[in-house]
Design a protein around this ligand. Structure first.
Ligand code: PLP
Length: 282
């Protein structure tokens, strides 16, 4: 299994992470997850642009251009013979004696990428999944795809302990997003999702769904909604790189609509699939 480590394609077994890597010690870094369908990267430009933006937000300068990173990723996917899966990318502030202060400016960021097989979650997408609501206890820069995911992990773990797929987070009763996905509701045919502020990650899937909705005449608003609106919505669905467009059929043990994926969600799933087909030929 090959990985990219600081711009080089190398065997995974050849690489170890330093005990004073800032990502390992402080979560001082950012990451991305890109889908691979049919051996082809999906929306890689958008993901790499967001990686650069996230890095810049925490004052890390990536030593590679988008063109260089793409070239490396194509090679990685090819070498690992990945057909359906993900590429995980991570960049940390580098290796330096432990200190809360940023290291010397000449410290080289540690950049790595690897692949993993991951099938499309077809069964869940057809049937729908369940969720719980939890308080959003994260910091106020959720727009940065930072390695600091502890609140997200706690939320997801709680969901799992309740036998659920996702935890939908709220701040004082306003739904922000899932632990690793964005969330939308449909009420009287109108789709709502939290605006792209500092309180959510502006998901690439979310942006694509906004674009698809506009093109196909569906009304989708970037407007926040409450827990109450969520629980009483006609339809609820998640959006994310690994979850795609995922119907939510039960939240906090309350059935959404008739407990089956709704028509708007199904339409968006189909339009999203068309988009994948167009770009990756699946
Ligand atoms: N929100 C959070 C907190 C996430 O972790 C993710 C994806 O991992 C998303 C939203 C969805 O973003 P994207 O569609 O870019 O994968």
């Amino acid at each position: 299994m090959k990985i990219i480590y600081n711009g080089m394609l190398t065997e995974r077994s050849q690489i170890s992470i330093d005990i004073e890597d800032r990502g390992y010690q402080f979560g001082d870094g950012v990451y991305e997850v890109i889908r691979v369908y049919n051996g082809k990267l999906f929306t890689e430009d958008e993901h790499l642009q967001r990686l650069i933006k996230s890095a810049e937000s925490i004052q890390i300068k990536l030593p590679y251009t988008i063109v260089e990173m793409k070239k490396q990723l194509f090679k990685l996917v090819e070498e690992n013979k990945l057909t359906f899966g993900i590429v995980y990318l991570q960049v940390t502030r580098g290796v330096s004696p432990r200190n809360h202060l940023f290291p010397q400016p000449n410290t080289i960021p540690v950049y790595l990428a690897y692949t993993r097989e991951l099938p499309i979650p077809i069964t869940d997408m057809k049937k729908g999944v369940t969720a719980i609501t939890v308080e959003d206890i994260r910091w106020l820069r959720c727009d940065i795809k930072s390695l600091n995911l502890l609140p997200n992990l706690l939320a997801k773990q709680k969901a799992s302990e309740y036998g659920c797929f996702e935890a939908l987070q709220h701040r004082s009763g306003t739904i922000t997003e899932g632990s690793s996905s964005n969330v939308s509701i449909v009420v009287n045919g109108i789709i709502k999702t939290h605006p792209a502020t500092n309180l959510i990650l502006n998901g690439i899937t979310r942006k694509l769904i906004l674009e698809i909705s506009k093109k196909s005449g569906l009304e989708m608003k970037e407007e926040a909604f409450t827990v109450d609106e969520l629980l009483n919505a006609d339809e609820v669905f998640l959006m994310g790189t690994t979850t795609e467009v995922m119907p939510v059929i039960e939240i906090d043990k309350r059935t959404i609509r008739n407990g089956k994926p709704g028509p708007v969600t199904k339409q968006l799933q189909s339009l999203f699939k068309d988009k994948i087909e167009k770009r990756c030929g699946v």
